[in-house]
Design a protein around this ligand. Structure first.
Ligand code: BES
Ligand code: MN
Ligand code: MN
Length: 477
């Protein structure tokens, strides 16, 4: 380990309070991108990042992406914060991406503490708060890496570029075009891309990730009566939107998780014997899933099947029904319009356009079977393609070596079930290798109640991101 690297690692170790304080500052900004009423907080968070980066000596610009239609309202899109530190042509240039928006959270959802107030539980060593692991902690990991070097009077081992967006949780609207348009300007000279926005497979062993599933999201609206109706007066006399919707939604997937839309499973790349073996040896236990879900509800009890369900097969989830009566009590209403929400996670070689076509066809044919006089409308939303990178690349080698140094163990190579829509765009537009290097653990509860980041993951994860840059600098290609 070089002298500079050793100084960096100890600086992070010794400045844990700084790390906690900055996380506390950003968690207190409720930058929820999916709800128009929080939009000014997403802007505030972008502004915070821009100021912080410039204080750290980075060149930084905020880029306007225009407006968005959010449930019928026109709202301004939060800016992409692009920055760079260093432009030494003898060094490699690494582009890092992160998102500064978060999922919604209310204490009443079941949080033990205020979601937008960081709570450091000294007994468990956990830092609770919305965005702690997804994705504010990891973004701060990069910022503290720069800060440590600045404070220590050291140069970074590579040139860094940043791209931080505020719309990831809502489908990264506008970012694809932005990256493609600026590939030869803002993103010129990038040698490799690193994204820290995923999690370990379990709670003990780190991993490096080379695949993500894509996504196709759908809103299925059924409307009939012009107003909500009394079921005692109109029940049995009219076609009910909810009855139609439930029938169609239940025709999409079985309780065993099998997708029943014709033409979907046929698109999945076949499993080879070689790939099958990877899942046998991966350090994983179904108990990890039970722990993270707080239940024993896995569809299968077979380890490779459970792993493959997340990493290499598509899945269809039913998310909710807008407009349905959902409160306590026994209201006897017939809702006039209901909108079912569901999404399909996509894997190679599925194509969002083809998937959307299959869903449209299926839903239309199911609706026709109902002989209902109601009106149906299917709206696809934020499609994203699956991504798979070649791990036999110096970018991955650097990540493996860095993880070994920080955690003392060779990480697993994993694929992830979630989606980060911009990943494939970076790979395709910049034609560079992309790597996912996680900070948090599988039980962090991203998107869920009581989201947390273990302090040890925050500290070691920050050391890991910096160490990875030192390993990149050692690459001779
Ligand atoms: N950090 C996640 C992506 C992720 C999830 C990686 C699970 C690994 C495991 C990201 O913030 C996210 O939640 N993405 C959304 C994207 C969607 C809204 C297009 C997702 O996966 O639902
Ligand atoms: Mn994320
Ligand atoms: Mn997320």
């Amino acid at each position: 380990m070089s002298d500079s690297q050793a100084k960096f690692v100890s600086y992070i170790e010794e400045n844990q309070k700084k790390l906690i304080d900055s996380l506390s500052e950003v968690v207190s900004i409720p930058s929820v991108s999916g709800d128009a009423s929080y939009r000014q907080d997403v802007f505030k968070m972008g502004e915070w990042l821009k100021n912080k980066l410039s204080t750290l000596g980075a060149e930084v610009t905020a880029h306007d992406l225009g407006v968005q239609d959010l449930d019928g309202k026109e709202v301004p899109l939060p800016p992409v914060i692009v920055g760079s530190v260093g432009s030494d042509s003898s060094k490699k240039t690494v582009l890092v991406y992160g998102h500064y928006d978060v999922q919604p959270a209310l204490k009443s959802d079941g949080w033990n503490t205020e979601p937008f107030k960081l709570h450091h539980d000294e007994n468990t060593g956990c830092l609770f708060g919305r965005g702690s692991t997804d994705d504010k902690g990891p973004i701060l990991g990069w910022l503290h890496t720069i800060e440590a070097h600045k404070e220590l009077g050291l140069e970074l081992p590579v040139n860094l570029k940043f791209c931080f967006e505020g719309m990831e949780e809502s489908g990264s609207e506008g970012l694809d075009d932005f990256v493609v348009k600026n590939k030869d300007t803002l993103f010129a000279g990038v040698d490799a891309v690193c994204i820290s926005d995923n999690y370990w497979l379990g709670t003990k062993k780190p991993c490096v990730t080379n695949g993500l599933r894509g996504i196709a999201y759908f809103k299925l609206s059924i409307s009939g009566p012009a107003r909500d109706l009394h079921s005692g007066v109109f029940g049995g006399m009219v076609h009910e939107p909810m009855t139609d919707l439930i029938k169609i939604m239940s025709s999409l997937v079985t309780p065993q998780g099998e997708i029943t839309i014709p033409g979907i499973n046929e698109q999945v790349a076949p499993l080879t014997d070689e790939e099958r073996k990877i899942y046998d040896v991966m350090d994983f236990d179904i108990a990890f899933v039970d722990e993270a879900t707080g239940s024993k509800t896995t569809v299968s009890d077979n380890k490779p099947d459970v792993l493959m369900a997340r990493m290499r097969y598509p899945s269809l989830s039913l998310h909710g029904i807008e407009g349905a009566f959902a409160e306590a009590g026994s209201k006897t209403v017939i809702p006039r319009r209901v909108i079912g929400k569901f999404s399909i996670r996509l894997v190679p070689n599925m194509d969002p356009a083809k998937v959307i076509e299959c869903v449209e066809k299926h839903v239309e044919s199911e609706f026709a079977k109902l002989k209902s006089k109601n009106t149906m409308k299917l709206t696809p939303d934020h499609p994203g393609k699956p991504w798979l990178a070649d791990p036999k690349h110096w970018n991955y080698e650097a990540a493996f070596k860095a993880t070994e140094q920080v955690y003392g163990v060779r990480p697993d190579l994993t694929r992830e079930g979630g989606s980060i829509p911009i990943t494939l765009t970076f790979a395709d537009a910049l034609q560079k290798n992309v790597l996912l290097l996680p900070m948090g653990r599988s039980d962090d509860g991203a998107h869920s109640t009581n989201e947390k980041l273990d302090l040890s993951n925050y500290v070691k994860g920050t050391q890991l991101l910096g160490t990875y840059l030192y390993e990149i600098a050692k690459v001779t290609q």
